[in-house]
Design a protein around this ligand. Sequence first.
Ligand code: ASP
Length: 353
Amino acid sequence: MTDVLSRREFLVSTAGGLAASATLGIPHPMRPPRPLPPTPRWAARPVIVASGNGLRAVQRAFELIMQGTDPLDAVVEGVKIQELDPNDDSVGYGGLPNADGVVQLDASCMHGPTKRAGAVGALENIKTPSEVAKLVLKYTNHVFLVGEGAKRFALSYGFEEEDLLTERSRQKWLRWRANRNPKDDYLDVPETEQMVVRPTGTINCEAVTPNGAIASVTTTSGLAWKIPGRVGDSPIIGAGQYCDNDVGAAGSTGRGESNIKVCGGFLTVEHMRRGMKPTDACLETLTRVVAMTEARLLNERGRPKFGLEFYAVNKRGEFGCASLYAGEDFAVHDGTAARLVDAAHLYDEPEPA
Ligand code: ASP
């Protein structure tokens, strides 16, 4: 890893020299290569990055990677805090249900060093889909299990079947159903008692260990009140997250359908492969999202009517995040403390309501 970076740095620094040598007909190399820098203690700057709801996740995952834990195990342990939290209604247990009142969870993960991937979609009654995605990655010849099969797979590994609705998320669903259609037979709940119509949320978490191993995971209960069976971007390898141990990792939160169409996780990693810094790579992917947005989802100024964020880390441990609209933040731990950092944005205004 150190050698690779150093050679790359060397090539970049001598690119001008090479061109000049070719023009003057002087055989290359004119000078012996720069000596390699002394071997650093770490191959990369260790870092954990997560979406803004992931402060506890980055704290936990950073502690783990510094104890030598595998980066995938570390990020899954991190996001599990959110999955198991009944008060987070966008992930795992307590997540808001689909239109039928059933919680269906999506998750995916990738492990850079072994080049493996695993995912589950529309998984019911299991609190921690990130762990099930990791089991798919680790123990099967497949990448993606969905629905009933994914549940049976989880049960075979000893997971317990549980009701994922909390009293809180059930009440939110009942109110949504009551107010869905003023002409149906459910009496509307008074405005003052109404909850946000369509909250979204997800957690993406990415790790770079001191020896340059990379992993990523994304887990969600998806869009609240979705059509049963709907699978978002989170469990789609290359959309909800993507990881290439030679380059970096990227993941996303926000309107999944818009991410799926640009394969945003993959695209962001590809931008980094071509030399972009993580933040620039995220912004570039968002530009593609806007270009691929259908007219019905654009406002009068040609801007998306939804929110979307990308998070990225590269092989060196550099990190970044960008959102379509201003006002978003993301969680980072790179050695000092777990903290929230302002995300870059494409549009200098808050996300439309
Ligand atoms: N990306 C998630 C999905 O579309 C939702 C979210 O992040 O808010 O399922």
